[in-house]
Write a new protein. Structure first.
Length: 385
């Protein structure tokens, strides 16, 4: 059940539980908690509540894992009111984990006022098992950002920094505990970006470096996304160079954000060489370009009226989509002729219109269908394999 939940196969969990009951195996609390957790990962809050009802009917007592799973399921689906009701229904002592689950529900819906109240409740209960931690502050910062209160997000980040400095002075503190707050900085950058405050987002990134928090790839990617949304393509390029100089392990998402920012430039048609250079750099770093990578570059090329290059990249993108569909399709459900279409499209990319396309890849003549004018590439058996 846990494995199915990790794969977001919540429907299979229901069938598996039914099979257990058919074979006269009585599910216990651990089984029901695993089923509720599986629904929480897929944001299926109604099914999670149904499993909780089955748990009660089986005369089993819910615990903190049960409540946390139900709150997470409801919060992930935007049902923060139900999550709050569940938090108060069960006669259980709140702890940091269950409170953070409720904060996640508030963050998902942008309920910043309720998130601040709950954070204060957690701080007041320090020493009673419900004290706040870095996750609590990160979720509250995110809630304020979604609610348009980027100023409160920055205030919470400063409060967290003060707590971090106090903890580093304790003899029992870890050698570098401030690295644990990197998620909070990333949430603050996103909070500023949600309100269009790109200058403040860059300031948070600078403060992260000044405070010795290390260089964090998700935070850099979030800052690049903010610059892209505000049309600051030159700053996005500079940020990418800074990431390279800081030896941050780049991923394709960072390049996608920068390539997308070129499309938001005032004159995107002037950036087509820059865009192609970034795509080439992705390949040189042995990263796999995604559909977003190709689409961003193709749009810049079309704006510059570089139709031939755009058409070539479009062919590569189409081959990529067919290959992903061929590989990711479940066994036995691959569309008939998909591999044949893939080979045919590769052949069209190799032999464009106007070339000697009367012969196939192997030099043998192509067979023409009686009812269609489209040619099919004839490959020898070894090449087809």
């Amino acid at each position: 059940i846990s494995a199915l939940g990790a794969g977001r196969q919540w429907s299979q969990v229901t069938l598996l539980l039914k099979r257990m009951q058919d074979e006269r195996f009585a599910p216990d609390k651990v089984t029901f908690n695993a089923a509720i957790g599986a629904c929480a990962r897929s944001r299926r809050w109604e099914e999670a509540l149904a499993f909780a009802a089955d748990l009660v009917r089986a005369r089993l007592k819910a615990d903190g894992v049960t409540v946390t799973g139900l709150i997470t399921a409801c919060g992930g689906a935007g049902e923060w009111e139900r999550a709050l009701d569940i938090f108060g229904w069960w006669n259980l002592q709140p702890n940091t984990i269950s409170c953070n689950a409720l904060l996640g529900a508030f963050e998902q819906s942008g309920c910043w006022e309720k998130a601040l109240s709950l954070l204060a409740f957690m701080d007041a209960g320090r020493g009673q098992g419900r004290g706040s931690d870095s996750v609590s502050y990160s979720l509250t910062i995110g809630a304020c950002g979604r609610g348009g209160r980027w100023d409160l997000s920055l205030w919470l980040l400063s409060e967290l920094r003060c707590k971090t400095l106090m903890q580093t002075s304790e003899p029992t503190a870890s050698p570098d505990p401030r690295r644990r707050w990197a998620v909070a900085y990333c949430s603050a950058v996103r909070a500023c970006g949600a309100s269009g405050q790109w200058e403040q987002a860059l300031q948070v990134l600078r403060e992260m470096r000044w405070e010795g928090m290390g260089q964090d790839r998700p935070t850099f990617n979030a800052a690049a996304n903010v610059l892209r949304a505000n049309g600051r393509w030159m700053l996005a390029l500079g940020l990418l160079e800074e990431m390279q100089a800081s030896r941050v392990s780049l991923d394709v998402e960072a390049y996608n954000e920068v390539m997308g920012s070129l499309l938001e430039a005032e004159h995107p048609e002037r950036q087509w060489l820059q865009s192609l250079g970034l795509l080439d750099e992705v390949r040189k770093r042995h990263l796999s370009p995604t559909g977003d990578s190709y689409n961003a570059v193709i749009k810049v090329l079309e704006a510059a009226q570089k139709w031939a290059v755009a058409r070539q990249l479009g062919d590569e993108l189409h081959v990529l989509n067919l290959r992903e569909a061929d590989v990711l399709a479940p066994p036995g459900r691959v569309a008939p002729g998909l591999s044949e279409r893939l080979l045919r499209h590769i052949a069209r990319a190799l032999f464009p219109a106007g070339s000697d396309s009367s012969r196939g890849i192997t030099g043998t003549p192509r067979r023409k269908r009686e009812s269609e004018s489209e040619s099919v590439v004839v490959l020898p058996e070894s090449s087809a394999k």
